[in-house]
Every structure is written in C-alpha cells, then in structure tokens.
Design a binder for this molecule. Structure first.
Ligand code: ATP
Ligand code: MG
Length: 373
C-alpha cells in the first residue's frame, strides 16, 4: 500500500496543497498549530470517510471558504487508484473513486490504514467503547461483509431501543419486540463470532509485536462477552449458531429489564477486550508506562493483522506519538518501520526524535504551507 499523492483545497488551514510521496517514511515537522495533524486527519478521512477528531465535516472546511476537497492517489497491490472527497457547508458530502460515486459503506477497506495518535494512549485504560472501536476498525477494513453487518446491527439496535421505549410508555405491545429480537440475535451472533476469531488472531500476533518493541512479557488479548457464562466460547465449529441461541435466550430473559431501561442490556455493543500481560490485567493493574506500551502493542498488532488479512501492509499514521514513547521504544519502532518498508506518515514538533541519519522525506509545516528540506 502506498499513497502517491495528496491534494487539499480549502481544507482546515490549507488553501491549496499538492504533495507527492515515495514509498518511504514521510516526516512532518513543525511547531504547534501549524497544520501537521490536519494532514494526518485528511489521510485518515480518505480511508474511513470521517475525521478521527470531529463528526462534523463543516469544521473541515477552511474558514471563509464554502467547499473543501481532499484528493488522493494510491497504489494497492501496485494497481493505481484515486479517491476524492468534496464537502460543502450544509450540503451532502460526495465521495468518488476514479470519477464514480462511492457510498460510505463501500469506502471502508479500500485503503487499509492504522492510526496511532495521543488519544490511543487511552486504549488500554479508557472506556470499553474505545477497544470495541479498535477491533471494529480492523475487522471492517479487512472485511466489507463485517462492516456491512456492523452498520446493520447499529440500525437494528436503535430500532429495538425505540420499540422498548414505546412499550415502556404503553405506545406499543411487548409482542412488537419479537421480530427485532430475531434479527438482533442473528446480527449479534455474527459480529461476536467474528470479533472472537479476530481477537484470537491478534493475540497470536502479539509475539511478533513483542519482538518489535521488546516489551518484556507478551500481551494476551481475549474477548469478553457481556453477561456470558463460562465456556460459551469453547465449542468452535458452530460458534455463530451457539451464540445466536444464547442471545435469543438472553433477550427473552432480560426483556423486563430492557423495557424498564429502554435499552438493550446484552450484545456486542457492550462487550470488551481483556488485555493481560505477565498474568496481570493491564487495565486494572498496569503502570502508566505498561499501559502506553500496551496501546502501542495493540496498534502494531492491528498493523500485522491487516497485513496478514489484506495481503499487504497498511498505511501507518503516527501523529505526535514520538514524544510519548521512551527513547528505546521510539528507536525500535522507527527501525521496524524502515526495515519493513511500511509507508508511514509521522508528525513531530522536534527533529531530535529521529535518528541523525536521514530515514525518509522531511517536510516542514508552517501556517498551512509545507516545504521539503
Ligand atoms: P500540534 O503540534 O499542536 O498538534 P498541529 O500542527 O498538529 O499542532 P493542526 O491541528 O494540524 O496543528 O492545525 C491546527 C491549526 O489549523 C490551527 O491553527 C487551527 O486554527 C487551524 N484550523 C483548524 N480548522 C480550521 C478551519 N476550518 N479553517 C482554518 N483553519 C483551521
Ligand atoms: Mg497535532
């Protein structure tokens, strides 16, 4: 995977920008508030169809302009491709691939990418939603079918919760839940089974990760189903079927409670990942340093996972994380990136975080202007 060019027009603090990239490491240096993260954000937008910082596309349009544009060329398995995004305040966003309109649900997975930013340092100690999003990002990029089912699940969940609320307020009868229960159990089972399989694969990859960052003990990752009895995940062959039966029972069992709360009390929207290193739950007992290393390990595991499942290394974005890692980890990470030839976009405020010999293309960012040096 290689991004070959980026064009920005009226995007954030960029009036007009044209950059071309080789396959190597792309380093963006500059003081605070100059537009480094804006570049990372634009690349992320091209892969996921949304910003990692805001859910409002209007914020991305340059102050004083009406319409913003991101254009991107890339190679996937050496085949050239182009994506373009246009958004105007108050108008519908347009995505095109090679000049043809593209839907959001068909975008994810076209340009596999892993972002590691300061927010990800909370991946280990933060709320379970962060870890679910982490898992969903890699599954969705590796499998369009998974992403489609995830969107479907989210939709069914919203509908079911609306019916629960209506029942609570006596606007609907409890029978109206039945068709939703059947659908949500099926969808929940599909998602949970795939998440379990992905977690096993990630855990197996963490030995690789350990070699890269020399983190002492390897990280073991397991999937925790909310309210699940022990042993549910034991029989592997018919995992999806088994889960569907179990979910059906649970939805029945929890019905009164669900109605009272107008919320669905079981399902993959409540599950979590459990991270264990040296026999210790990292979230509860890890030191701050161990939790940071754990977050980096998860991100690298994601990179290996995508490489294994897509057949090519994803693009790696490292926004402002050099300053967050200790010198040894930083050096190990940089030497791994260079030796594996993973196209990586790195931002930092200080060139001192990089080895003295040049390891890629250096660009200086100042007030929405970029100079190669
Ligand atoms: P730091 O080192 O602090 O992370 P950075 O170089 O990553 O800084 P960015 O977040 O990329 O900074 O850019 C921030 C700059 O972009 C700010 O000066 C902000 O005012 C400007 N900016 C953000 N959105 C817009 C917009 N819609 N129009 C014009 N300027 C914008
Ligand atoms: Mg920044």
């Amino acid at each position: 995977m290689q991004i070959t060019s980026l064009v920005l027009r009226s995007y954030r603090n960029y009036a007009e920008l044209h950059l071309a990239f080789d396959a190597g490491v792309q380093i963006f240096l500059g003081a605070n508030a100059q537009g480094k993260t804006n570049i990372i954000e634009a690349l992320y937008y091209a892969a996921f169809g949304r910003s990692h910082r805001t859910s409002s596309d209007a914020e991305l349009v340059r102050v004083g302009a009406d319409e913003a544009h991101i254009g991107l060329s890339f190679l996937r398995h050496d085949v050239p491709s182009e994506l373009s995004f246009t958004f105007a305040r108050g108008a519908r966003r347009r995505i095109e691939r090679g000049g043809e309109n593209l839907r959001q649900r068909d975008l994810v997975g076209i340009l596999p990418m892993v972002l590691f930013s300061p927010e990800d340092l909370f991946l280990v100690k933060g709320a379970p939603a962060l870890r679910r999003r982490y898992l969903d990002a890699e599954l969705s990029q590796a499998s369009p079918a998974y992403y489609g089912e995830l969107l479907r699940y989210t939709h069914i969940l919203r509908q079911r919760n609306a019916v629960l609320k209506d029942i609570r307020e006596r606007l609907a009868s409890p029978d109206e839940l039945l068709p939703w229960d059947v659908q949500i159990a099926k969808s929940a089972a599909y998602i949970t089974a795939r998440r379990i399989a992905a977690t096993e694969q990630l855990s197996a990859l963490s030995a690789h990760v350990q070699e890269v960052i020399a983190a002492g003990e390897t990280l073991s990752i397991s999937y925790e189903i909310a309210h699940a009895p022990e042993g549910l995940t034991a029989g592997k062959e018919s995992m999806t079927k088994q889960l569907e039966l179990w979910y059906n029972e649970m939805f029945k069992e929890m019905r009164a409670r669900d109605i009272a709360r107008a919320a669905t009390g079981v399902g993959p929207h409540l599950d979590d990942l459990v991270l264990v290193t040296a026999g210790m739950n990292l979230r509860s007992y890890g030191s701050q340093g161990q939790q940071r290393t754990g977050a980096l390990a998860l991100k690298l595991a994601e990179l290996f996972y995508l490489r294994e499942n897509v057949g090519e290394a994803p693009i790696l974005l490292l926004d402002d994380v050099m300053s967050e890692l200790d010198a040894d980890r930083r050096a190990a990470l940089l030497s791994f990136i260079s030796s594996e030839k993973i196209q990586t976009f790195i931002t930092a405020t200080d060139a001192a975080y990089f080895p003295s010999e040049r390891m890629g293309t250096y660009r200086y960012v100042e007030a929405g202007k970029i100079q190669e040096r």
